[in-house]
Design a protein around this ligand. Structure first.
Ligand code: FES
Ligand SMILES: [Fe+2]
Length: 400
């Protein structure tokens, strides 16, 4: 498909409907997805606690790209493209490590932790090492969460950080650690995975474990009462009005949209656990459970749930046109000790079981969409957030 044909097709999509088959199957559209969305948006790479020491690094990879997220000094994190400046080999090949120098194993070129070339043997005299280094992309921190952006001039992330600082303050995510991180491969186009995450129309049939403690629609009359209860308990738990703001949505610029909503859990659940009981020490400044949970979105494919005692960060990325990954990190207080303060199996149970169920649903969705007889159907009133994502996506694809 030409760029013009893709724009035309995006313009023809019906309001509040699923997308045409081509959006999940056409290789040219997939390339546009990568170029226009993934290489221009703020993407969650990981948490700063995963690279505590100078020289610690891990790889963030999707759609054939690989980025080295490295701590270059005690207070500096860099994101370096994992493409050697000699003949292009991957420099780091394991998923994580700790090094003083990043050394390409092909011909031995070595880079320092800021990507500067330090050693390259047998080059002629005109070769100037200072001209060449691993390409850097933009890095920003949001309460310890590392976000990267491939664009040359991305939207200013400080706007997101400033706007969300009040909402996030009580949970002190900067002083958390990753208790568990897991990647779930999904045999589908990445958009089907995001569309699914954005709605809870499917939660009653698909997620009995989730539905025990979480309301399916955040604003029905039953939860409005609960919402007032959460509000009334908030101050005593260490939360201000701003931090229990019911809905907070903004789009400061391309690829930096964010959303924040704190809503009540149901049936006296205080956190996202199997029995509704606490899972880990309270986060940050909290002094009690308010009975609520927060949905957070930062950029188009990063989502988080913040309970009083842990947070779960979700990121969706494409691998190929019809394979994607859901990467999940479970965060607890930095000083919490596994075995003493939390049980990893109990901590991860809900979102592991839920993600396995989602993977099955999303993969069946792709199989159906692959059919020559698939016709995009209308969305329900419970899929408004999915439509918000799809309309943002179509708007992006409609732009010349
Ligand atoms: S490709 Fe890296 S040193 Fe040759
Ligand atoms: Fe789900």
């Amino acid at each position: 498909m030409t760029a013009q044909e893709i724009m035309n097709l995006a313009a023809q999509q019906r309001e509040r409907h699923a997308l045409d088959r081509a959006f999940y199957r056409d290789p040219d559209i997939y390339e546009q997805d990568i170029e226009r969305i993934f290489l221009k948006s703020w993407l969650y790479a990981g948490h700063q606690s995963e690279i505590p020491g100078v020289g610690d690094w891990f790889l963030f990879e999707f759609a054939g790209e690989s980025v080295i997220i490295v701590r270059s000094s005690p207070d500096e994190i860099n994101a370096l493209l994992n493409v050697c400046r000699h003949r292009g080999s991957r420099v780091c090949v394991e998923s994580e490590g700790c090094s003083k120098l990043l050394r390409c194993r092909y011909h031995g070129w070595s880079y320092d932790l800021r990507g500067n070339l330090r050693a390259a043997a047998h080059m002629d005299e005109s070769f100037d090492k200072s001209d060449i280094g691993l390409k850097k992309i933009h890095v920003e921190l949001l309460d310890g969460m590392i976000f990267v952006n491939f664009a040359e001039n991305p939207v200013d992330f400080s706007v997101v950080r400033e706007d969300l600082s009040d909402c996030l303050r009580p949970y002190d995510l900067e002083n958390t650690k990753v208790a568990h991180r897991q990647t779930y491969p999904i045999a589908s186009n990445w958009k089907l995975a995001v569309e699914n995450y954005c709605e809870c129309y499917h939660c009653a049939p698909a997620h009995p474990e989730y539905a025990v403690g979480h309301g399916l629609a955040h604003s029905d009359s039953r939860t409005d009462d609960l919402y007032r209860q959460v509000m009334s308990r908030a101050a005593a738990c260490g939360l201000s009005d701003k931090e229990v703001n019911k809905m907070y949505l903004a789009a400061p610029g391309f690829g930096a949209d964010y959303a924040f909503e704190r809503y009540p859990l149901i049936r006296e659940h205080v956190t996202g656990s199997e029995d509704g009981k606490p899972l880990a020490p309270l986060l940050g400044d909290l002094i009690d459970y308010d009975g609520g949970a927060t949905d957070l979105q930062v950029g188009p494919v990063t989502f988080a749930l913040i309970y009083c005692d842990h947070a779960v960060i979700y990121r969706f990325t494409p691998l190929t046109i019809d394979t994607a990954e859901c990467d999940i990190s479970w965060l607890v207080r930095a000083d919490a000790k596994e075995g003493r303060d939390y049980d990893r199996e109990k901590l991860t149970w809900l979102w592991d079981v839920t993600t396995h169920a989602d993977k099955a649903i999303i993969e069946r969705n792709q199989q159906g969409v692959n059919s020559r007889y698939y016709v995009p159907g209308p969305l329900s009133t419970w899929e408004s957030y999915t439509w918000k994502f799809l309309s943002w996506y179509l708007q992006t694809m409609k732009n010349p």
